[in-house]
Design a protein. Sequence first.
Length: 386
Amino acid sequence: MAFWSAGHIANTLGYENVYDLSVLKRVEEQIVPVPKGSDKELSPFPAAFLPIFIWPFQAFALLSPKTSFWLWTILNLSTLILYLRFFAQEIAPKNQTNHLLILLMISYPVYLNLRLGQINIWLVICVGEFMRLALGKKYFYSGLWLGGLLLKPQTLILIIPVLLLKQAWEILAGFGFASGILLVSSIGLAGLSGLGNLARLWIGYTAGLPTNNPEDMMNWRMLGLQLSAFTNPTIGWGIATIFMLMIMGLWLRLFLLLKPYPVSSPKTAILILGTFAATNLITWHSHLHMMIIMLPILIYLVTQNLLPYRQVLFFVFAPPIMLMVIFILVLFIIFGLIPLFGYDRLIMSLVGLIINLYLLAWTTKAIYPNAHDVFPISHLSPGLQP
């Protein structure tokens, strides 16, 4: 709905109005009208992306919302299947990866992206090509693909410092070139006033919009909000801040342990996994569907015998198991066996948080097997034993 509406507004009113929530609300109320007599009103869903990323949705907005949704869903699903198959064949041409690809395709982040009409599948391609080309020593082209993460800039908050500290100047040059092209194109589409409206919308996201749903995120922000609701803001945000500092400590330890390795080393893929796991945990805006960017990294590590298969099983099956737990609890509530509770959103958010925390801790342990003081994880992949 957000993407279709943004494309429709760009077609009819111009890009400077795409980020105006009052205009967006009028358009989206035509798609999902508020029932007459209701005291509720629709909170608009914005598409807070650079104008260049809104541009393709102008074509989708020429169709009806329902038709464009199904076309978008089919395009996303087929693109994801084709890309992951291409990626697996490129990095491990002799490995049989069909079972791994099928397993990842039924994972909860993939389901969420398709159900919500999300845009993250294109981030999967950017992350996969960034890593594949960097490991193949095609650094400038790797940086070009990294520029695609400007689609959701919060994904860049740790990977850019990693590249700076590793002095990966060719990758950063490619990233800078791609970023410049995207920004200039966006200014050409919306002008400086349009980018100013987008900046104000980003500030609104920071403060919290009704459709943000920060309580459903998988980061320290969610933890602070949820704990504040159960205790008080001082305790809640205090614990969340300690948690964030712990995450930064784990990530810094991972980077320092891997610093001697060149960017093209296969072990750099472990650093990339840990970096994006840490990003999901500490960035201000991070929902469960964002975990889909992990798919190409998991495929690479498993096919190179750097990641045990059971870590993928945990990634895939932990969310649906928790959904079943929630379903059973709801049945208990319906039959009056337990009182009504509002913890279902907390359960799913904690699943995302735990998966990312586990992956970050595993990556640190995998590089430094004797670091029991960091996080106790045993049974490393044979390829990582000292």
